[in-house]
Design a protein around this ligand. Structure first.
Ligand code: SF4
Length: 187
């Protein structure tokens, strides 16, 4: 949260948005945060074969205060939940989260009381990455998609407008319950 959040909408804000988005997308610093087997694929993504440095992301921060991306790699135990949230809270704004693998996204095959059934119960998730484990190429694809999202992030008044529009769109959405679908021609 900075000065750009206070800027009124207009040509100036649009220009600031473009510059800030371009710079942010090319300087994302991930926090080192491996929880289980998915972390092996995460580490491999940083190795010479896949070379995360191509995206300006080779600097994995050991302190959350110098990181703006959390890749939740692996299942989250109930005991780890508060720790994960604390690390997230210590990261400066703006920040993003990738949920890597089926366990982090939904608990996966660990459908039991000891494992959090989706890390989005604890922190907001920007990208869900399926697979067990997702290959480094899949993580790179998720990162590229996240970069697009960061680059097109709105600021200030424009962001508030975008949030309101998204909320309205969600409220208009029909529930995904069998039998609730409105009748369509040909039904
Ligand atoms: S998704 Fe598969 S590889 Fe990843 S933490 Fe779960 S069991 Fe391990």
């Amino acid at each position: 949260m900075g000065l750009e959040e206070k800027l009124p909408s207009g040509i100036l804000l649009t220009t600031v948005e473009k510059v800030a988005g371009y710079s942010r997308a090319r300087s994302v610093w991930p926090a080192t945060f491996g929880l289980a087997c998915c972390a092996m694929e995460l580490m491999s993504t940083g190795g010479p074969r896949h070379d995360l440095a191509r995206f300006g992301m080779e600097r994995a921060a050991a302190t959350p205060r110098q990181a703006d991306l959390m890749v939740v790699a692996g299942r989250v135990s109930q005991k780890m939940g508060p720790v994960l949230r604390q690390i997230y809270d210590q990261m400066p704004e703006p920040k993003w989260v990738i949920s890597m693998g089926v366990c982090a996204s939904s608990g996966g095959m660990f459908n039991n009381y000891a494992v959090v059934q989706g890390v989005d119960h604890i922190v907001p998730v920007d990208i869900y990455l399926p697979g067990c484990p997702p290959r480094p190429e899949m993580l790179l694809d998720a990162i590229v998609k996240l970069h697009d999202k960061i680059e097109n992030m709105k600021l200030g008044d424009n962001r508030e407008k975008e949030i309101t529009e998204l909320e309205q769109a969600h409220l208009r959405r029909l529930p995904l319950v069998v039998g609730s679908r409105p009748e369509e021609p040909g039904d």
